[in-house]
Design a binder for this molecule. Structure first.
Ligand code: NAD
Length: 262
């Protein structure tokens, strides 16, 4: 399905990024993966090529894309997957400015930097694909992390903007909005491990992306229930806020992500 396609994935040393890279490779693509340090072992395991790239730095993203193009040829698919999340100690504005800034840089600007470098080339070719791993927190909320919720909402807004501006130019955009998935990010997080809607495996998210690409759908809902919650939120925002507040009370402080993710 992706034969002769060149794919780049950020934040792909493990978790969802690795699963997405594997999915593309299994379907015929050539894939370059990156992470804060070069994910060489992962690349060897799945048959990708590896680069170091800190997505919070535009120069790094540009250098990664140039090196990937040098090795593979023009990038057909850019997957902005790197992400960070920080809890809110004490109250909803309790996270430090540094945590807010890094969340903004990684969860939003990392995708902007990639899109900025690639969109002109995709426009010139009249094709291309941009995938942003946002979160269900970008449509709903991550209780206990305002910075994650706000920056993932921004990531959804960015994905929407790219889709609206460029769909007619042959550039497809997909926005992935999972609930909890078994990765380093959710390791030891009680609210994820015991979640009523289930803890998916990274490969489930990659499969959902593949289906969305086949069906040319923007929104990738690996947990379909998220679509129902999103509809309910739009129809009854007051009910949504009071329902989420009740859920927060039920979870109790000890379950909220009050510390930095592993
Ligand atoms: N696990 C979940 O439940 C879940 C749910 C919804 C969305 N997500 C999103 O999925 C994406 C992948 O996360 P994951 O769950 O696989 O966790 P993960 O921790 O395994 O993957 C995140 C990766 O991003 C990398 N990263 C962090 N900062 C970076 C930076 N500045 N530059 C480059 N790479 C950086 C990390 O090193 C890590 O490899 C993230 O965007 C996350 O927000 C995860």
């Amino acid at each position: 399905m992706f034969k002769n396609k060149n794919v780049v994935v950020t934040g792909a040393s493990g978790g969802i990024g690795k699963a997405i890279a594997e999915m593309f490779i299994q379907n015929g693509a050539t894939v370059a993966i990156s992470d804060l340090s070069s994910p060489d072992a992962t690349a060897r395991e799945i048959g990708a090529i590896a680069f170091a790239c800190d997505v919070s730095k535009e120069a790094d993203v540009i250098a990664f894309l140039e090196a990937a193009e040098e090795a593979m040829g023009p990038v057909d698919v850019f997957v902005a997957n790197a992400g960070v999340g920080f809890g809110d100690p004490k109250h909803a504005a309790g996270a430090s400015n540094d945590d807010w800034e890094l969340s903004w840089q990684v969860n939003v600007m990392g995708a902007v930097y990639g899109a900025r470098a690639l969109l002109p080339k995709m426009q010139a070719r009249g094709e291309g694909r941009i995938v942003i791993t946002a979160s269900a927190a970008g449509l709903l909320s991550q209780i206990g992390s305002s910075s994650y919720t706000a920056t993932k909402h921004a990531a959804v807004g960015l994905a929407e903007s790219i889709a609206i501006r460029h769909w007619d130019q042959g550039i497809r955009t997909h926005c992935i909005c999972p609930q909890y998935v078994r990765t380093n990010m959710t390791k030891g997080m009680a609210m994820a491990e015991g979640h009523q809607d289930g803890l998916l495996e990274p490969a489930d998210v990659a499969d959902a992306l593949k289906i969305a690409i086949e069906e040319e759908r923007f929104l990738v809902l690996s947990h379909p229930i998220v679509g129902e919650y999103f509809k309910q939120k739009a129809m009854d925002y007051e009910g949504y806020i009071s329902g989420m507040n009740k859920l927060k009370q039920k979870l109790g402080a000890e379950q909220l992500p009050n510390s930095k993710p592993k």
